[in-house]
Design a binder for this molecule. Structure first.
Ligand SMILES: Nc1ncnc2c1ncn2[C@@H]1O[C@H](COP(=O)(O)OP(=O)(O)OP(=O)(O)O)[C@@H](O)[C@H]1O
Ligand SMILES: [Mg+2]
Length: 65
């Protein structure tokens, strides 16, 4: 469904969910992306989100090799 441009960085915060109403419907605790970012940091890598509101979301993981 996409994430509004101004919310993308917030999604990495612990317990942050863009749509508070949707949270009860779809479950989830708002931890997934925070944990993913922590893991990428431990790999000295990066995580990037490219998203278009109402369209789709792409998550890119960069591992140093
Ligand atoms: N693929 C996606 N498309 C649209 N919005 C997303 C997507 N992934 C995450 N989000 C938004 O970012 C918020 C934070 O995502 P995150 O994965 O950290 O938590 P969650 O999916 O709500 O719960 P969980 O802890 O189970 O992963 C979500 O609540 C949602 O609003
Ligand atoms: Mg999640």
């Amino acid at each position: 469904m996409g994430i509004p441009q101004g919310e993308i960085e917030n999604t990495f915060e612990r317990f942050y969910r863009v749509d508070k109403a949707r949270s009860r419907e779809t479950g989830g605790s708002g931890l997934g992306l925070h944990i993913a970012k922590s893991i990428m940091k431990l790999h000295k890598g990066e995580i990037k989100i490219i998203s278009k509101e109402g369209v789709d979301t792409e998550v890119r993981l960069f591992f140093p090799i």
